[in-house]
Each structure stands twice: as structure tokens, then as C-alpha cells.
Design a protein around this ligand. Structure first.
Ligand code: TXA
Ligand code: MG
Length: 356
């Protein structure tokens, strides 16, 4: 039976609320906890057997490496062979926070944690519950997102309970997370820093700090044939709702027309249709089940609600989902990366001269 502990004030957790969780982690068990990005499923990153339990609970392929979470800068040198200049600069600017960096690993980090790689992903979360829990545990905490592999990442404790109840020792309930999409991942182990997964620390912010930053092609489109994404996790069809999802791009008017037309057709064929819209467009869809993902004028709200909206449509048992799309700059790059993957890269461009 999974024990759920509700944190009274998630901005100032008391050690008494976290000590049992820390002890479970130290002794090789699994604890799910909130971070500022999404909920994580934690285990001792230095204990290969504990890491194996994570893969089992998630149903995750074991070649997909885990992120080791630390609570302060002094904990980094124990895990990594060197801290390149780019890593130092980004740590100074964005840690603690929603940024993960890839370093050459030391031998103490088992291959069971890194999926067989000689590098290790490290993140220092700013969430007070996560940060204090890691400190109290006194070990680096390996933590993927706390969802069943392939399901949308959890942004509320209820999502974690849905996926993990009965499979892990404990869930710390810290309410709803702030950011809502997973951390930015940057590989600083090579000659040029490379963005492997977009997140709240945007490409624009990285370039401002580092100058040159490359972008792994896997971020921009489906992984084809022999091109391997550098973050192994990016090759899986992640974040997927149960329904077929179509992401619709184009001028707003054309997008709304297209969705209304296709929704009517699908409903005529007896399907339950979901539509992902925004606060600005909600009144433009006369039929279908609507979920408002956020406001276009505040993209943080879109990131914040994204995974919950996909899960809500699972609960509402829709057969197909039509989603509006977003511009790909700043935080939009992370939003579109997750939406594209949720849709299995099923993207329709409408309007303009080349309409199908
Ligand atoms: O925001 C986050 O990062 C959340 C919270 C819990 O911290 N964690 C998270 O973990 O998203 P996960 O396991 O769902 O995603 C980790 C990603 C995967 O795509 C994995 O392939 C990549 O990081 N990764 C881990 N270690 C790596 C390495 N050594 N080299 C390249 N990619 C790595
Ligand atoms: Mg994940």
C-alpha cells in the first residue's frame, strides 16, 4: 500500500513531514515527490537495485537514463568527472531550477542509473519539498517523471496516485506543480553545448548565457531512421493521451474553421471529440468537449495546464482530440515539443494556398 503524505505548506515543508520519505530513499525504496516542473519518482541514484525498481514501477525501457537530483552545488563533484565552463556558467545562473545538464560521469554512478551511458544527467530542483527531501536523504536522488511510461507527465499528486498507487512506498502530495513541463536538458559534456529537450529555461536564455548553443534535431521533428536523439527518452512516443490527437497549425481563423469542420464530421461518425483551445478561442467552438489549455497572452499558463488537459481527456474518454498550436519561440518551443509528441507528430497545416 502506498502511503500518501500531504505537505501542509509546500513553500515551507517541515522536516517532520519529510523524514520518513528520506529514510525510504536511503534504504532503497521509491518515493514520488513534487518538483517545480513535474512530479518525480525518486530512488537512490547510487544504488543500481533501487534504479531498477523505478524502471519496473514505470514500465520504462531500461536504456532510458535517469536524472540524478542534488540539493546543492557541493554535491556535484562527487558525481561528475569534470565541470566544463558552460556547466559552471549555467549552474550559477539557473540552479536551483528547471535545468538538467549532462556531464561525464564518475564510476560511483552506476550504469543502471545512466542507462549504460558514460554520462550522467544532473539537476538541482528549486522546489522546497524536493530540495529539502534530497538534502535530508543525504544521497543523489534519481528521478524520472512519476508517470507510467508513455502517459502524460504528472503535474498533481492525483496523477501520481492514478499511475503509481500500490507500486511505490510513498507519495508526497505538494499540490499542483508550478511550471508543468519537464526541465530543459543541455549536454555540456561536448565541445559545443547542445539543447536535448526544451523547457522553461529557453534556448534564447541559454544562448544569452553561453553564446553558441546547438539544438539536437530530435527536438524539432519525429526521429527518422538512423538519426538517434542524444537524450534516449526523446525517441519514445511520450506524453500520449489515449485518443488520436491532431495538432492544427495555421492562421487562427483557418484553424478554428478546420477544427469545427472536422469535429462535426467525426461526431457525425459517432465519435467523442475533444478540442484543446485557449481562453481567447473557447467561444468559437460550438460543439465537442472543450479543454482550455491556458491563455495565449501568457504562455506559462499553457505549459502549466498541458499535461493535465491530456489526462482530463483520457478521463473523459474521447476518441479523438483536435488541438490548436502555438508559436515555437521562447517557452513555445517546449510547449510545441510536448504537443507534437502527444500527437505522434500528426500535424495538419491549414489555410493558405496549399490546403489539402
Ligand atoms: O523536470 C524534470 O526533468 C523531471 C523532474 C522529476 O525532475 N524529470 C524528468 O525525467 O523529466 P525523465 O526521466 O522523465 O526524463 C529524463 C530525460 C530522458 O529523455 C532521458 O533520456 C534524458 O533525460 N537523459 C537522462 N540522462 C541522460 C544522459 N546521460 N544523456 C542524455 N540524455 C539523458
Ligand atoms: Mg518522463
Amino acid at each position: 500500500k502506498t502511503k500518501v503524505i500531504k505537505i501542509k505548506d509546500k513553500t515551507r515543508p517541515e522536516d517532520g513531514e519529510l523524514l520518513e520519505a528520506a529514510e525510504i530513499l536511503r534504504s532503497g525504496g521509491l518515493v514520488a515527490f513534487p518538483t517545480e516542473t513535474v512530479y518525480g519518482l525518486g530512488a537512490n541514484a547510487l544504488d543500481e537495485a533501487a534504479a531498477k525498481k523505478i524502471y519496473a514501477a514505470k514500465g520504462r525501457p531500461s536504456d532510458n537514463p535517469l536524472i540524478a537530483h542534488i540539493s546543492s552545488m557541493e554535491e556535484l563533484p562527487a558525481l561528475v568527472r569534470e565541470i566544463p565552463e558552460a556547466g559552471r556558467k549555467l549552474a550559477e545562473k539557473y540552479w536551483p531550477g528547471p535545468l538538467t545538464m549532462i556531464f561525464p560521469k564518475k564510476d560511483v554512478v552506476p550504469y543502471g542509473t545512466t542507462g549504460g551511458l558514460d554520462t550522467v544527467a544532473v539537476r538541482m530542483p528549486s522546489d522546497p519539498v524536493a530540495n529539502r527531501l534530497i538534502k535530508l536523504a543525504g544521497i543523489p536522488v534519481a528521478a524520472p517523471s512519476a508517470n507510467t511510461s508513455g502517459r502524460p507527465s504528472p503535474t498533481r499528486a492525483e496523477h501520481v496516485i492514478e499511475d503509481m498507487d500500490g507500486k511505490i512506498e510513498m507519495i508526497l502530495d505538494g499540490g499542483q506543480v508550478g511550471i508543468g513541463v519537464e526541465s530543459t536538458i543541455v549536454d555540456v559534456s561536448g565541445p559545443v553545448p547542445t539543447l536535448l529537450r526544451p523547457g522553461a529555461v529557453t534556448l534564447e536564455m541559454l544562448r544569452e548565457t553561453l553564446g553558441q548553443v546547438e539544438v539536437d534535431p530530435a527536438i524539432l521533428g519525429p526521429v527518422k531512421g538512423d538519426v538517434k536523439p542524444k537524450a534516449p527518452g526523446m525517441k519514445y512516443r511520450h506524453y500520449a493521451p489515449k485518443a488520436d490527437m491532431v495538432l492544427v497549425e495555421g492562421a487562427m481563423e483557418d484553424v478554428v474553421d478546420y477544427i469545427n469542420r472536422e469535429a462535426a464530421k467525426a461526431m457525425g461518425a459517432g465519435k467523442r471529440v475533444g478540442i484543446i483551445c485557449t481562453r481567447e478561442s473557447r467561444d468559437l467552438y460550438p460543439q465537442g468537449l472543450l479543454e482550455v489549455i491556458g491563455s495565449r497572452s501568457q504562455e506559462e499558463t499553457v505549459a502549466h495546464n498541458l499535461f493535465a488537459v491530456l489526462r482530463d481527456f483520457d478521463d473523459r474518454q474521447v476518441d479523438c482530440i483536435f488541438s490548436e498550436s502555438f508559436s515555437e519561440d521562447q517557452l513555445g518551443q517546449a510547449i510545441m515539443n510536448r504537443l507534437c509528441k502527444a500527437a505522434g507528430y500528426h500535424i495538419v497545416k491549414c489555410g493558405g494556398p496549399s490546403e489539402e
